[in-house]
Ligand binder design. Structure first.
Ligand SMILES: Nc1nc2c(ncn2[C@@H]2O[C@H](COP(=O)(O)OP(=O)(O)OP(=O)(O)O)[C@@H](O)[C@H]2O)c(=O)[nH]1
Ligand SMILES: [Mg+2]
Length: 207
């Protein structure tokens, strides 16, 4: 499978550092504001299945909003990032959430990431209130640190695992237009229940 992912949230919350830590296994020193959108990809193993994550790291700055919004369409999953040392970035979450659900898909699988967990002394948002927010808005939730690497891989994998579970249970249909999911291998299609002759004879994509 190939899953399209987004990383969204206010400027300076550590989105690019999270992506860098996930892909390179190290902290990105001197990270500058993202201009528009950056891209990264990684092949991961989720419950014995190979999944390629195609990840779009978006700029948090308001002036890029119209550009970044055009990348939302059809994303299967997203990391919604705030900074635990900045209440302002936490307060902005409702807007980011609305954008994700309206512009990507109402079924998008979202994981809320409270980043900069290593800066606990400067914390402005408690774990408890963020987990309540996550529960109320049907989001998964983790606190992460792009600096130490804590929970970074977990965040991406948790999101991918949930998407895979939804495919297996039939809740998500990879063949629906704009699902953000593509088949990478014909044999993987056996995972799903057969849905009649037409669905079975269609050719897989060549991604
Ligand atoms: N201590 C600490 N600093 C972090 C962490 N993640 C990011 N930073 C710092 O936060 C600043 C912003 O990080 P970026 O990854 O560029 O933030 P961004 O969300 O991509 O910002 P935009 O691209 O403008 O939206 C940088 O100075 C990073 O060094 C973290 O987990 N811990
Ligand atoms: Mg960035």
């Amino acid at each position: 499978f190939l899953f399209k992912f987004l990383v969204i949230g206010s400027a300076g919350t550590g989105k690019s550092c999270l992506l860098h830590q996930f892909i390179e296994n190290k902290f990105k020193q001197d990270s500058n504001h993202t201009i528009g959108v950056e891209f990264g990809s990684k092949v991961v193993n989720v419950g014995g299945k190979t999944v390629k994550l195609q990840i779009w790291d978006t700029a948090g700055q308001e002036r890029f909003r119209s550009v970044t919004r055009s990348y939302y369409r059809g994303a299967a999953g997203a990391l919604l990032v705030y900074d635990i040392t900045s209440r302002e970035t936490y307060n902005a979450l409702t807007n980011w959430l609305t954008d994700a659900r309206t512009l990507a898909s109402p079924n998008i699988v979202l994981i809320l990431c409270g980043n900069k967990k290593d800066l606990d002394a400067d914390r402005e948002v408690t774990f408890l209130e963020a987990s309540r927010f996550a529960q109320e808005n049907e989001l998964m939730f983790l606190e992460t640190s792009a600096l130490t690497g804590e929970n970074v891989e977990e965040a991406f994998l948790k999101c991918a695992r949930t998407i895979l579970n939804k495919i297996e249970s039939g809740e998500l249909d990879p063949e629906r237009m704009g699902s953000g999911i593509q088949y990478g291998d014909a044999s993987l299609r056996q995972l799903r229940q057969p849905r009649g002759p037409q669905a079975q004879t269609r050719q897989p994509c060549s991604c």
